[in-house]
Design a protein. Structure first.
Length: 318
């Protein structure tokens, strides 16, 4: 069962450290970029969370987290996270707070994820396409007592401020759906520093040595506009021979929000064992006047594994 309590709307003006030094000004005020919402799910089918109004300045690139008013009083298997955002949106992710928070709190989580951990990735729908990383065979457990925090990321490339208000629907799996409980493993590289425009490609990556056996059903890579090539490889501890399991050598800006997905059948998953290594490798071409670091650019691989382990959503890398 899930109860909703009153969520007080707040307006926060985001002063991003990643903003342009002198962003263009507008005399007409912020542009309305609040998400357009369909009807919410029925109580038996799921629940909706709605965020506060935030003003994103022209040139702003930052992630803000908002604490939802959802009170999860029993475990639910969730098969879909349907997210709603406005223009210039990058993503809306579901996180689990690891410290007590008040509903309605808003905090900067651009570089600080020490107090919240990933809960569920969305089935992202945008102008570039749809990423349904969690196929119709799987569901994610949202445990009783989970305090849900949503992470809104906007890259406002326009010349005017925008007012946004995001929302998301958590859709329950029903017994007749026969879903397998799955979870995510993310290999993240946050240690790169891509030099300003010099005409040269730059490569970097991260690796993760598994401490138990895994079965993977899907994998994606993730970079931003300056990405050119991403690969994910699996290296067995037994022979040390790397096998490429994901390779996109023509990365484009539209893949930032809707990357290609490589899937493995449930009866023939990508199987890895304790001691094996996953590695994500990225290649960029920086044509800007500034060095690029996380989170302006990114280098990640997200994999769906099953059955879910007690540790749930796993992150590793650097």
């Amino acid at each position: 069962m899930l109860r909703a309590v009153a969520f007080t709307s707040v307006v926060v003006v985001i002063a991003s450290s990643a903003c342009l030094e002198n962003p263009p000004q507008t005399d007409t005020g912020p542009v309305d970029a609040r998400a357009k919402l369909p009807a919410p799910p029925a109580a038996a089918d799921g629940f909706r969370v709605v965020g506060p109004e935030l003003t994103i300045p022209a040139g702003g690139d930052q992630m803000w987290c908002w604490v939802t008013d959802a009170e999860v009083t029993e475990d639910h298997l969730v098969k879909d996270l349907e997210t709603y955002q406005g223009t210039n949106a990058h993503h809306l992710l579901a996180l689990r707070s690891i410290i007590p928070r008040d509903a309605g709190d808003v905090f900067d989580c651009t570089n600080d994820m020490a107090t919240a951990e990933p809960l569920m990735t969305p089935n992202t729908q945008n102008k570039e396409g749809t990423v349904n990383l969690l196929s119709d065979q799987f569901a994610i457990r949202v445990a009783a007592g989970t305090q849900i925090v949503m992470q809104s990321h906007y890259v406002n490339v326009s010349t005017h401020d925008i007012v946004i208000k995001d929302a998301a629907d958590f859709i329950y799996a029903k017994p007749e759906d026969h879903r397998i409980e799955a979870q995510y493993l993310v290999v993240n590289d946050a240690g790169f520093d891509i030099p300003a425009a010099n005409g040269q490609h730059y490569q970097h990556g991260a690796s993760c040595t598994l401490d138990s056996d895994f079965q993977f059903a899907a994998v994606i890579g993730h970079m931003h506009e300056w990405g050119k090539h991403v690969t994910v490889s699996s290296t067995p501890a037994t022979d040390g021979l790397a096998q490429t399991v994901y390779d996109v050598d023509n990365w484009t800006a539209q893949f930032r929000d809707a990357p290609p997905v490589t899937r493995f059948p449930v009866d023939q998953p990508l199987t890895m064992h304790a001691g094996d290594t996953l590695q994500v490798s990225c290649d960029w071409l920086n044509d800007t006047d500034d060095d690029l670091t996380f989170p302006k650019e990114m280098c990640d691989s997200v994999l769906v594994y099953f059955p879910a382990k007690p540790e749930g959503f796993i992150t590793c890398g650097n």
